[in-house]
Design a protein around this ligand. Structure first.
Ligand code: UPG
Length: 684
């Protein structure tokens, strides 16, 4: 059983950045967070960055039972403990909440650690424990060393001070066993260079850079500079601003330090700072430079509790942990601005909500809902699937109400992304670059929809949700590893939905990563079942197919004969009324000569439309792909749904293209190339 690092408060600002560094350094991570001051979106995005899923539990560290369960489910070898309330001003108003959350929570966590014989803990403390170091009347503790006496000046600081003492006492009680690292942070700033995660304060920001960022993005009018009559080069106070990525790396250094101790325990404090002080104006200038313009400000009176200089002496961490802050305030300001412009409202996107979808509360599979005018769309991580399209009150796709039902064997691929290779591969084998690959046979003698564990059965990472010009952009990622269902090569897949108020565009993108093979095969599509009738079947739906040539199939094997012929029951653009007597499960051909691996550059062609006399919605499918399977759902027999309860329109590559010399190039994805395609649903 592999060993995990538990990160409490891992969805928070510093926690989420630390989770990335842990994973980048080969650690496995479990996160607990009560999401009171943080968003699960941070974890979804971290997963995107590190390209792997991260076990997450919505647990309050004061809940002994729930916390214990996490320790039973995962073998924890160490803990990085961030979970806490952290606003200085607020702590003066609700001190009991601060003591309860921070102190009681930590005591509870330590009990669970002891019970489970976990003895390593890295604690998120703060330079605030030193209090006002100018109180000594001279500069003897500037820059501040760890030996500086502690004297916090507010309840928040007191909780950190009390917890440090608790940790010290716990260590003393079994000093051979406990390994405790106390990290005293100076002023964390900046964001991850990806622009995907950063600080997302709720309400009015208290801290300098989050406030300034909101001024720059237009959410606040101007910065108030609290006093310019301090004894610094420009009259404003001096702080040690440290890039959050440097700070995160300090935790890995401390954890590794603890784990390298062979014998005995340890209790030790380390300052995490740069050792370089910057004034408010220094920071203001650096951020204005990153933004490209001077930001509005006004100098006002001093803020109660502020002191002249809080600069770290980080020599102990530099020497003992082999860690040193490397990034300056300029880099931090650039990264903060990148995060701010990409996420003007932090993790919040108007019209977007999400919740867990399976009964066990598994965060890996959530339901994400996007409301854009008359159109509301719900998607889920499992298969990056479409769970609902609600247009002006008409729900037009078949779906289960809860995530558990998607696991049913009888689920006929409702709404899901199908891959690595959609549709059939004859005889469950193919040859590529001189090598024969044998795939699982999951439909007669063939491989259907990617094999036994196709994309439909995987929880996609993410999504990353953005809204640009009133369009939601929702991006999921799946790393399909080499050898899964016996397909060659690691493939990184992106499924991107664009949702406006009357259309859903799906973009697929895939490429080989990690250099394991020179080529693989691929064909991705969406398997939604549409039903405009508001009834149990699609009977009386009037459909028009724009193309009437189809890929002839052998009636017994359902495999293509290689001929493209006119369908005897379809005439292009002529209405067909669906009924019990109409059966379709054919691959219609849009472009017989297609050979591109990336079709996104081609014109979107309308291929299908449907209306129903009882519905006021017209449904149109367009695509850049060379074919589309039209299936009237005769085989559907699952919980709540009968045969013909929905029809599918699945744009993609030619069925079994790999076995046809002419069409094979459409599905062979070579190293360095990008597979791409677009499907669009228009509603009116
Ligand atoms: N400042 C302004 N205007 C603002 C906000 C801040 O002029 O709107 C000034 C403030 O006076 C100070 C500097 O900016 O001189 C930094 O302030 P802030 O970002 O609030 O950080 P600190 O007051 O230094 O406190 C932070 C954390 C605290 C932590 C401490 C450790 O909020 O939790 O303990 O850093 O040094």
């Amino acid at each position: 059983m592999s060993e995990y690092i538990l990160v409490t408060g891992g969805a928070g600002y510093i926690g989420s950045h630390t989770v990335i560094e842990l994973i980048n350094n080969g650690h496995k991570v479990v996160v607990v967070d009560n999401l009171v001051n943080s968003s699960y979106e941070a974890i979804a995005r971290v997963e995107f960055i590190v390209k792997q899923s991260i076990p997450f539990f919505n647990v309050d560290i004061r809940d002994y039972e729930k916390l214990s369960k996490v320790f039973k489910a995962y073998k924890i070898k160490g803990v990085i403990h961030f979970a806490a309330l952290k606003a200085v001003g607020e702590s003066t108003k609700i001190p009991l909440d601060y003591y309860d959350n921070n102190v009681t929570g930590t005591v509870n966590l330590l009990k669970v650690l002891k019970e489970n014989d976990v003895n390593s803990i890295v604690f998120s403390s703060s330079a605030t424990v030193y209090g006002d170091v100018t109180r000594f009347g001279d500069d003897r503790y500037i820059p501040i060393p760890e030996e500086c006496p502690m004297d916090p000046t507010n309840p928040y600081g007191n909780t950190k001070f009390v917890i440090e003492n608790i940790l010290k006492d716990v260590h003393s009680s079994e000093s051979e066993k406990w390994k405790v690292a106390v990290l005293r942070y100076f002023n964390p700033i900046g964001a991850h260079p990806s622009g995907l995660i950063g600080e997302d304060p709720s309400g009015i920001p208290n801290n300098l850079l989050p406030y300034l960022a909101q001024v720059a993005i237009g959410r606040r009018e101007k910065l108030s500079i609290f006093g310019s009559d301090y004894k610094s080069h420009d009259g404003t106070p001096i702080r040690d601003y440290i890039h959050v990525v440097d700070l995160a790396k300090g935790h890995i250094a401390a954890l590794d330090y603890l784990h390298k101790i062979n014998e005995g325990g340890l209790y030790r404090e380390w300052n995490l700072g740069t050792g370089k002080g910057s004034t408010v104006f220094d920071v203001y200038n650096a951020f204005s430079k990153a933004v490209g313009k001077k930001l509005p400000y006004e100098v006002v009176g001093r803020r109660a509790g502020d002191v002249l200089d809080l600069t770290a002496n980080p020599a102990r961490a530099n020497k003992e942990l082999g860690w040193k802050a490397e990034l300056g305030i300029e880099q931090a300001c650039e990264d903060l601005w990148k995060w701010t412009t990409a996420n003007p409202h932090g993790f919040n996107v108007e019209g977007y909500s999400s919740k867990t979808f399976e009964s066990d509360g598994n965060y890996g599979n959530r339901l994400q809902t996007f409301v854009n005018g008359e159109l509301s769309v719900s998607l889920a991580n499992r298969g990056a699937l479409i769970q609902d399209i609600n247009f002006d009150g008409d729900h037009i796709v078949n779906a289960y109400d809860n995530g558990d039902d998607y696991l049913l064997k009888s689920n006929p691929f409702f709404g899901t992304t199908v891959g690595r290779v959609a549709n059939r591969i004859a005889n469950a084998e193919f040859e590529l670059n001189g090598k024969t690959y044998h795939l699982p046979k999951n439909e007669n003698n063939n491989t259907l929809h990617g094999g036994l564990v196709g994309y439909d059965k995987e929880n996609f990472l993410g999504p990353i949700v953005k809204k640009e010009k009133d369009v939601f952009i929702v991006e999921y990622k799946l790393i399909d590893p080499d050898g899964k269902n016996n397909f060659p090569g690691d493939v990184e897949n992106i499924v991107r939905y664009y949702i406006d108020n009357k259309s859903i565009k799906i973009e697929y993108e895939a490429q080989l990563i990690n250099d394991k093979v020179d080529a693989t095969i691929i064909n991705i599509t969406n398997h939604s079942y549409f039903n405009l009738s508001g009834d149990a079947t699609t009977d009386d739906t009037v459909v028009k197919l724009s193309y009437d040539n189809y890929l002839e199939v052998d009636a017994k094997t359902l495999l293509p004969t290689g001929n493209v012929v006119k369908h005897d029951r379809v005439d292009a653009n002529k209405p067909i009324t669906l009924s019990e007597a109409t059966f379709y499960d054919y691959c219609f051909v849009i472009d017989n000569d297609a050979d591109a691996i990336d079709t996104r550059k081609f014109e979107l062609k309308k291929v299908f439309e449907a209306t129903h006399p009882r519905s006021h919605t017209k449904f149109v499918v367009s695509t850049t792909e060379p074919t589309y399977q039209f299936y009237t759902g005769v085989g559907v027999d699952t919980k709540g749904f009968v045969a013909r309860s929905g029809f599918c329109v699945e744009p993609g590559r030619f069925v079994d293209a790999i076995h046809n010399e002419k069409w094979a190039p459409q599905v062979i994805l070579k190293k360095g190339e990008v597979y791409g395609s677009i499907i669009q649903y228009d509603l009116s």
